[in-house]
Design a protein around this ligand. Structure first.
Ligand code: HEC
Ligand code: HEC
Length: 333
């Protein structure tokens, strides 16, 4: 399909069209990539807002720092590429690589799935971990105090984005002992339950009028959120966990984390596709492991790439915006 319409037109007409800058304006994309649900009683619920996320972030026209460069949507999603069958200037790709790995898998389009996976993995997102062992009040057990942080450096908007009740990302955490046995692991994101597992889960769960979770994308019944967490562009989210561990485990212990993404949640997939559920691809975006510090040592989250990291956070999820450039990587405390 690519270039199909272009071929049917006269070169001068194509040149005229391409000279118009409205095609590169993010406001054009924002016409569709921002959606508010309006309901009775003045209800206005944001269903998706990739455009708004972009505007407020370090790549957008509102959030860009003085002297910084705005990066329009097309700079990432429509890069200039060469078309081997059409010699001449490079043309903007119309493949719109994003995050819908499930669609390519269902269409058995291995090439696009590959490209999408590469695109997702190239997003500059870091996983940070810190862990410290401490005594527990419960006899025969100890606690691993773990801090998990996700930093969105390079995605032009939130991660994930789009319909956040369908797209989801999460961190799988594991505690291992010296002989590589898994002592504890957080539930993976495959659970459909509305209750968040221990760990970080990036997604939105709408609620209906009775307070029940809507997991099947029945957005017209939504009146609010039960969960709503994504990592804004340029920002970092952090959560602290207390993981109970038997007292007689063999140190040193290690905490491993894996940030994973899936283009569609399983409850909706089941509704749309029925049983047996086809395999829905999960993309590993970042991985990291740290050894668990002994009781006396400190625990600053260490990023998956060596950089000065920040501490802080008093339980729950903390979202902080980040200095966007330069050498000062410390987050505001
Ligand atoms: C007329 C409405 C409309 C406009 C305008 C529009 N889009 Fe989309 N776009 C859509 C719809 C609908 C989808 C599919 C949404 C889904 O799968 O959840 C989509 C999907 C995408 C995807 C995701 C593909 C994937 O694999 O996940 C990207 C990236 C994207 N659009 C970028 C853009 C950019 C960049 C612009 C502006 C140049 C733009 N869109 C303008 C409606 C639009
Ligand atoms: C700096 C690069 C960059 C810019 C700028 C950017 N994006 Fe993205 N976009 C990404 C990456 C990386 C992903 C995959 C990670 C994710 O889903 O957050 C993505 C994913 C998406 C998706 C897929 C969500 C889905 O439902 O599957 C859509 C739609 C999208 N972007 C639209 C836009 C629009 C619209 C703009 C401008 C308002 C924009 N992007 C600007 C890098 C960018």
């Amino acid at each position: 399909m690519e270039g199909y319409s272009v071929h049917a037109m006269r070169p001068a007409h194509i040149a005229d069209m391409l000279a118009e800058d409205r095609y590169t304006q993010p406001a054009l994309c924002g016409e569709c990539h921002s959606l508010t649900l309006h309901g009775p009683d003045g209800l206005a619920l944001l269903e998706q807002d990739t455009y708004g996320e972009w505007r407020k972030g370090p790549f957008g026209d509102e959030g860009v720092e003085p002297g910084g460069t705005v990066r329009p949507c097309v700079s990432c999603h429509m890069p200039k590429i060469e078309y081997p069958d059409r010699p001449g200037p490079r043309e903007a790709s119309h493949r719109f690589l994003g995050a819908s790995t499930h669609l390519s898998a269902l269409a058995a389009d291995a090439e696009r799935l590959d490209d999408l996976t590469r695109f997702l993995k190239s997003a500059d997102i870091e996983l940070g971990l810190a862990a410290r062992l401490r005594p527990s009040l419960a006899e025969g057990s100890r606690i691993v105090d773990a801090t998990v942080a996700i930093r969105n450096r390079g995605v032009g908007h939130g991660f994930p984005t789009g319909a956040l009740d369908l797209n989801e990302a999460w961190v799988v955490l594991e505690v291992r002992d010296a002989v590589n046995r898994t002592l504890w692991s957080s539930s993976p994101g495959s659970e459909e339950s509305a209750t968040a597992p221990q760990g970080i889960r990036l997604r939105r769960v709408f609620r209906d009028r009775d307070g029940r979770a809507i997991l099947d994308h029945d957005i017209l019944s939504a009146v609010g959120h039960l969960e709503d967490l994504a990592v804004p562009a340029g920002a970092r989210v952090e959560r602290r966990l207390e993981i109970p561990i038997a007292a007689d485990v063999v140190p040193p212990l290690e905490v491993r984390g894996r940030l994973e993404h899936r283009g569609i949640n399983r409850a909706f997939a089941r509704l749309a596709l029925g049983e047996p559920l086809p395999e829905l691809p999960v993309t590993v975006i970042a991985e990291h492991a740290v050894s668990v510090a002994a009781e006396a040592e400190g625990g600053q989250p260490e990023e998956s790439r060596p950089r000065a990291a920040s501490g802080g956070g008093d339980g729950g999820v903390v979202v902080s915006s980040q200095p966007r450039d330069g050498d000062d990587r410390r987050s505001p405390q």
